[in-house]
Design a protein around this ligand. Structure first.
Ligand SMILES: [Zn+2]
Length: 600
């Protein structure tokens, strides 16, 4: 066994950024967009001819798959080699094709919206439309909110220098952030925001973490007025756009994006809030292990290294074997899938300069393949990352034969298969731990995730709610925003931390994303949803694989509440399901507390 550390993209398009086949596919894409336009233009909603509708959907599938196939390929080239200038040009060329596609779909959804409700319901009973009825309903619903073609076009055009521009402006300010730091050997360095962030969170020396945190806060506060202008105008633009479309509730859009009821979201958060004390106790215990009374903001992700703990390392082949073996205990199909991903070089893992940081999984609907991007340097955390990304790839693989519309799952369920796969590997690693210290370290890594989901992301959700409410009344001052943030942190962490992070709102990119409002609660949802599925898998293993795949295949075909009811038999608007998931995490907290009690 000797798996390749670099991926093979030639089976998608041969020849990298100079691929003739890619050029050819992009040219065909133009023709297909034109075909789609014509089909939409000639579509007569009042006649409701199913074959005409299916023709539009057929062209839409070709165009949407074409964008994804080419877009994923170009992104893959850029991730693996940031200096690939030809790929950068291709990326711009592909983006230019998007507005024409958007316009076709705007016209289409408005035509569906114009159909009388009774006629529409009647039409959806057509056997050829039944399987995609849910998605068609969504397209029609969105069409109902749209203004005239001309007005929508004005919105799209202005948002390039409005909503999108503010988001890009954020990146520009972040790029100017410099954090001065003196290394152990006395050499002075200037850290970028990204470099400082990594050092601040994971450096084993508490003094270094504290020093960087102080400078970190300073750096963001020095430019706070620029960030508060940006946030005010970005969210202001969004609120105005919603209002002009008749939307008064700022949560409507994020809830619809995630196919979720407000009631479900409220139940999730209130169940979490009721269960916070044991997590606070864990944080305090961890603080004590680090030599403090209370947890400091910057120490939440610090490693717990007791005794003469050394962290296990794995070669890439060992990681592959470990993942495949443990997947097999839950699902032979997942194991076989993972094995073929390694065998066919779907993973770019080599540690070399010129690669982008981070990791992701991307899919190629026309080749029906996926690719995983990451940098592997032998740590246990990275084994979990590979498992996570393989979970995403597996999710895609079980949906390839479905209609394209039914493959478009939302952010809250997107992390289901990945978190599930990661949980399998995290638990397998825990079982394998040789010493008490190693076990404590691994449990802590697992619990950092829970803290991120229950406390940190809850903070962001509380903050955004307060910010939007204030912003609806007018501009919000920098001081007010920071105060709102500290209050949200205190509420979420039950006032248990030694220090807070007032400029977290400026430092966190997620508040400045233009196309996804409330880039927070879907994470916590996905985490608890997959924890629930994992608990379910451990209880009744017999038919699990089949049930699990059936659930994944339905992730874009119904509301999230319906998905949970149909496949798990649970009601998400009630606390039970959430409580069961939290109880599962509490088992780890209890074990951590009992293993560490002799150390404090
Ligand atoms: Zn993921």
């Amino acid at each position: 066994m000797n798996y390749s550390l670099t991926w093979d993209l030639n089976t998608i398009f041969p020849g990298g950024s100079h691929s003739k086949e890619l050029q050819q596919r992009m040219a065909t894409l133009d023709e297909q967009i034109t075909e789609l336009h014509q089909a939409v233009q000639s579509f007569e909603a009042e006649k409701r001819i199913t074959t005409n509708l299916l023709t539009i959907l057929n062209w839409n599938a070709k165009v949407s798959n074409g964008f994804e196939e080419c877009g994923s390929f170009i992104e893959a080239l850029l991730s693996a080699d940031v200096s690939d200038t030809k790929a950068k040009l291709l990326s711009g060329e592909l983006s230019k094709k998007i507005p024409k596609y958007q316009l076709a779909m705007t016209i289409f959804s408005k035509k569906l919206a114009a159909i009388e409700t009774n006629d529409w319901k009647q039409w959806l009973t057509d056997s050829k439309l039944k399987s995609i009825a849910f998605r068609l309903e969504e397209i029609r619903r969105d069409g109902n909110k749209l203004l005239s073609d001309t007005q929508e076009n004005i919105f799209h055009t202005l948002s390039l220098d409005g909503l999108k521009a503010w988001s890009q402006h954020y990146d520009t300010i972040v790029a100017s952030i410099i954090i001065p730091f003196t290394e152990k050997d006395g050499s002075k360095v200037e850290l970028s925001a990204g470099q400082a962030f990594n050092k601040m969170n994971s450096h084993p020396d508490a003094d270094v973490r504290a020093e960087i945190f102080e400078k970190w806060e300073q750096a963001w506060s020095q430019k706070a007025d620029l960030f508060s202008d940006t946030l005010n105008h970005l969210d202001g633009f969004r609120l105005s756009t919603q209002k002009l479309h008749g939307i008064e509730n700022y949560l409507q859009e994020p809830l619809e994006n995630n196919r979720l009821k407000q009631e479900t979201l409220d139940t999730m958060w209130s169940t979490i809030q009721k269960n916070k004390q044991p997590f606070v106790d864990y944080l305090t215990r961890k603080a004590q292990l680090l030599g403090n009374d209370k947890m400091k903001w910057q120490d939440q992700e610090a490693p717990v290294l007791l005794g003469n703990m050394h962290e296990e390392t794995y070669t890439f082949d060992e990681a592959a074997a470990f993942i495949i073996k443990n997947f097999r205990e839950f699902s032979p199909k997942m194991a076989t899938f993972a094995q073929s991903a390694f065998e066919n070089s779907w993973i770019e893992a080599e540690d070399r300069p010129g690669k982008r940081p981070g990791g992701y999984c991307t899919s190629f609907p026309e080749s029906q393949e996926s690719r995983i991007f990451m940098t592997y340097s032998h740590s246990m955390n990275e084994v979990a990352t590979i498992a996570h990304e393989l979970g995403h790839a597996f999710h895609s693989s079980v949906m390839w034969d479905l209609p394209v519309l039914n493959q478009e799952y939302a952010m809250n369920v997107a992390e289901t298969a990945s978190t599930f796969a990661e949980l399998i590997v995290a638990d397998a690693t825990l079982k394998k731990a040789q010493t008490k210290e190693e076990k404590i370290n691994l449990l802590d890594v697992k619990l950092q995730n829970a803290i991120a989901m229950f406390m940190n992301i809850h903070t962001r959700y509380i903050f955004e709610n307060h910010f939007y409410q204030a912003r609806q009344k007018g501009l919000v001052s920098t001081e007010q925003i920071s105060e709102m943030m500290v209050n949200a942190q205190k509420e979420s962490y039950l006032d248990s931390l030694a220090n807070y992070h007032p400029h977290f709102w400026a430092a966190k990119l997620h508040f400045f994303i233009d196309d996804v409002p409330f880039y927070n609660f879907p994470y916590t949802f996905g985490y608890l949803f997959s924890t629930g599925i994992y608990a379910f898998a451990n209880e009744q293993k017999t038919n699990f694989e089949e049930d699990y795949i059936a659930l994944l295949r339905d992730t874009a075909a119904m509301t999230t509440e319906e998905l949970a009811k149909k496949h798990l038999g649970v009601d998400l608007t009630q606390p039970d399901f959430w409580q069961a998931g939290i109880n599962k995490v509490l088992e780890d907290v209890n074990e951590f507390m009992s293993l560490t009690k002799d150390y404090v």
